[in-house]
Design a protein around this ligand. Sequence first.
Ligand SMILES: Cc1ncc(COP(=O)(O)O)c(C=O)c1O
Length: 433
Amino acid sequence: MFLKKDRSSKDKKQIIKLYKDHVSSGKVDFYNKYNMDFVMGHRDGHWLYDIDGKKKLFNLHSNGGVFNLGHRNNEIINFLKEQLNFYDIGNHHLISKPRAELAGKIAELMPGDLEYTIFGVSGGEAIDVALKIARSFTNRKKIISVEGGYHGHTGLSVQTGDDQYKAPFLLDSSDFLQIPFNDLEALQNVLDQDVATVILETIPATLGMPLPKKGYLKKVKELCENNGTLLILDEVQAGLGRTGKLWAFEHFDVIPDMVVLAKGLSGGIYPISATVIDKKLESVFHDNPFIHISTSGGAELGSSVALKVLEITSNENFLKKVNTLSDLFQIELEKLLERHHSFFKGIRRLGLMMGLELKDKLAGPVMTKAAYDNELLIIYANNDPSVVQFLPPLIMDEKDIKHVVKQLDRTFNEARVLHTALKLKDNITSIFK
Ligand SMILES: Cc1ncc(COP(=O)(O)O)c(C=O)c1O
């Protein structure tokens, strides 16, 4: 039993039943099937504790970057407490100091003419805004995205993604096209005078972190520019220091027309997202500046928190530390690669944005389960389950890396055994039993 037990009066079974009856019966059935009944209770830094205090997990997923600064980061919480003496959500009809200051800071930290920001609450909302702006500015309808990429589940963002998330909602549209990542020829073949925008994650996380080939993003931008098409880079996961630079696209000598930020901008505390646009695109709002509204987007408390997040993550020493940690991980992961080469096949890595390549598509789910049993939260890439996403908090230290590597070593051993057993049974449904 861990000491970090939640003080909630409800016991875990009651909570799970409430969730099943009033939030999602399907999710509860899913976790039951796989024998995973973790309910997030106390959380602190990189640790999550089950609400009954009986299990803990080292968060190596960071919810795609939401918890870049760890859970309940003290500096963020204390700052938010101060802001609560003065601010609330604010009023989106009026001019706002925190929004102005945050947008000003983002403009200062972005290269080129990326000078305006439209705030939202979620990543999907911010992507929708980017797509709306692209259509309005170009007066074109077609939107090109990457097969296996992921930009959210809201109105337009979901249409850039997989069929499985569109079909149940009758959202198919011939205006949305997909091409393979890292394939310039495929892009050339679809670019025509109707294409408003190409949208890409700088490093597609849900596709298992394939890194852009040398020169790829630069060439994409060039092709777009020559075609009067705008380039949107989704840095919802890759931005904010994750790759060792503040913005991941800085590694690739490219400046997009729009950048989308979310997840980590919240400090894991107050949801906020940002669509950062080239100043030329602001003309979309000249005739009527009220054609896009988000009541809680850029809430004044959230804007204050995000400003603090930017202050922390843009600091040179912070980024230096991310790079030091990522070098250490590379050394340790290479050792594991050698020790477990029949199961663990390769490392995809830029800074602390990492994907571990495993032997096949069964191996990712198996690894997720074996990691869970070894107190690690690791999640396989939904659109390529042969890769597990490896996104540790950016605030770790060397001691944490040693701990994680020790647990990973055990996890690989258990995953290999489980994988062999399942292969023999040829039965994926019993993975988590
Ligand atoms: C790359 C990327 N873009 C957009 C989104 C959508 O963000 P949200 O879930 O906040 O709508 C996500 C969410 O996982 C994401 O990973």
